[in-house]
Design a protein around this ligand. Structure first.
Ligand code: NAP
Length: 536
């Protein structure tokens, strides 16, 4: 598909949900295009994160492509929240169904991308030494693709096996009869605990910060339930588009103060009991993420729920998030029997804040208090989120400027889509857009469609160079910060803020004011002839 010097209209980095739809769309536009993917299979996050219990915590019917009504109709989801293997099968199906496989180059980790201002071309090099040129570079690298393993001294001397949630062996791991240490209690750890506990002889969970987790109420789909849901699919998608997170959460439009105590209680119960998905707890009150008192009410409710489940009061208190963490300030976890698992005799929790992990030893993990002997260590320690995957590539834009230098104090962009100084490069669902605060598949489709329209118009008008202006970018960065400052999000030491990585700048990286507003803004920019982009 490339010409003799490997020159294409478009290169896409990453074959997850974003890269695959970008490939589909670029082909629909008649562009020559290739996707470069680091893994030896497609699927992005769903390719790598195969840990026990991995499943999506956005409902399958929402966390799926909407661009093809036929695809929506024919794919059969087995559960409200699909497990990882099923999502991967779905992605594989999409690739085959739309004939995309020959456009994807696997085992092609991109090392560098350099812009040539004379020829208006990007030169992209893979670690294996392939060199390709393209007019447009689309970064579909994902928000959570650079795993973080704690710098644990002595790990090389550990006699057992260790694993990271995001680099799980394809063949799976059998923990039967083993003593397992699990480090990290974010979404990945919370999903793994009940499943590993089924196999392990002893499971010790090292928790540094307790986060809030709400019950998923996952259920298998019956044929009738799925058929009924599909019959209303267009409405469901339309409601998702108008919902702040890009999936319908039946948000309460009243603030806590507008309700009686009885009504508040009923609202909390309704959401916790799973009248909808777990994330509905995030929309219990309209002012929940902006009013500390309202947020505390939700947090107290969640803490009492934990105390109601976990029988050992010491474990229960440890599992209750502290008062300085707003409910939802760190990404909410959605679980299936997480707290219940701590009632099992062989499952214990260690306070890794009070007693930090010092090192791995030959026999296990040592905190400043004692050594815990284990056969396996599981790291569920998260990612260098949002900006990590882009900074990991040596990206040099106009006049040789390096993206990693430009982003030394945090990621900046115009609308999350373009970056001043990096012409003809676009980012899908990255920093500066709702991305990780939204249903990612929805945000991915929004971005890819928007980029497609921009390129169609630019090409029709003979435009060869598209670049966000510095002024537009500065304005957008200010806007993102202002929106974040209206909320409680910046109060949490979350990966949204870069706080989980030592030395990473603390900047709230997503556009927090919601999917509908964001879409209106980018559509308005398009309608104003791509105001804020310089087109030449
Ligand atoms: P995470 O939310 O960043 O959680 C990492 C955990 O590891 C935290 O509890 C953190 O503690 C702990 N940790 C990190 N370094 C440590 C150290 N040196 N010692 C002790 N503890 C350490 O990562 P994640 O659970 O992989 O989830 C990341 C994101 O991926 C999620 O927020 C979500 O967006 C996505 N995800 C989604 C799903 C889903 O759809 N169900 C599942 C998994 C992941 P601190 O809090 O103290 O830093």
């Amino acid at each position: 598909m490339a010409d003799s010097v490997g020159r294409l209209d478009m290169l896409v980095v990453g074959a997850g949900f974003a890269g695959i739809y970008q490939l589909y769309k670029a082909r629909e536009m008649g562009l020559s295009v290739r996707v470069l993917e680091a893994g030896d299979g497609v699927g992005g996050t769903w390719f790598w994160n195969r840990y026990p219990g991995a499943r999506c915590d956005v409902e399958s019917l929402d966390y799926s492509y909407s661009f093809s009504r036929e695809l929506e109709e024919e794919w059969v989801w087995s559960e409200r929240y699909a497990p990882q293997a099923e999502i991967l099968r779905y992605i594989e199906h999409v690739v085959d169904r739309f004939g995309l496989r020959d456009g994807i180059q696997l085992n092609a980790r991109v090392a560098s991308a350099v812009f040539d201002d004379e020829r208006l071309l990007w030169t992209v090099r893979t670690e294996a030494g392939d060199v390709l040129e393209c007019t447009y570079l689309v970064m579909a690298t994902g928000g959570l693709s650079i795993p973080q393993r704690p710098q644990l001294p002595g790990l090389e001397s550990f006699q057992g096996r260790w694993y990271h949630s995001a680099q799980w062996p394809k063949e799976g791991v059998d923990f039967t009869g083993q003593r397992v240490a699990l480090i990290g209690t974010g979404s990945s750890g919370v999903q793994m605990v009940p499943v590993i506990a089924e196999q392990a002889a002893q499971l010790t969970v090292f928790q540094r910060t307790a986060n809030f987790s709400v019950p998923a109420h996952n259920v298998p789909f019956t044929e009738t339930a799925l058929a009924a849901a599909k019959a209303r699919y267009p409405d469901r998608r339309a409601m998702g588009r108008e919902a702040i997170t890009g999936q319908f959460l039946n948000a309460n439009t009243k603030t806590a103060a507008e309700m009686t105590e009885e009504e508040q209680r009923a609202e909390l119960e309704y959401r916790w009991r799973g009248a909808g998905g777990g994330f509905r707890m995030l929309r219990t009150f309209a002012d929940q993420m902006s009013n500390l008192d309202t947020n505390r009410m939700v947090a107290d409710y969640a803490r009492n729920r934990i105390r109601g489940v976990v029988k050992d009061p010491v474990k229960a208190e440890l599992l209750c998030p502290k008062d300085d963490l707003p409910f939802g300030g760190k990404r909410l976890c959605v679980d299936s029997h997480y707290y219940e698992t701590f009632n099992r005799e062989h499952v214990d929790i260690v306070d890794a804040a009070a007693h930090p992990i010092i090192e791995a030893t030959a026999r296990g993990v040592r905190t400043d208090e004692r050594e815990h002997e284990v056969d396996a260590i599981v790291f569920a320690t998260g990612f260098d989120a949002m900006s990590g995957a882009l900074k990991a590539i040596d990206i040099r834009g106009a006049r040789g400027a390096r993206l990693s230098d430009k982003w030394a104090h945090g990621p900046t962009s115009y609308l999350g889509l373009g970056i001043a100084g990096f012409p003809n490069m676009f980012v899908v669902a990255g920093p500066g857009s709702p991305s990780v605060l939204s249903n990612m598949v929805h945000s991915i489709e929004t971005h890819v469609d928007w980029i497609a329209r921009l390129l169609q118009q630019a090409r029709a008008a003979g435009v060869r160079r598209i670049e966000a202006t510095q002024e537009a970018e500065d304005g957008w960065v200010r806007r993102c910060a202002e929106e974040a400052d209206k909320t409680l999000y910046p109060r949490a030491n979350s990966w949204y803020m870069g706080a989980n990585i030592a030395g990473k700048p603390r900047v709230f990286m997503a556009f927090v004011a919601g999917v509908p507003l964001y879409r209106r803004i980018i559509e308005d920019v398009a309608a104003r002839n791509y105001q804020g982009f310089e087109m030449a």
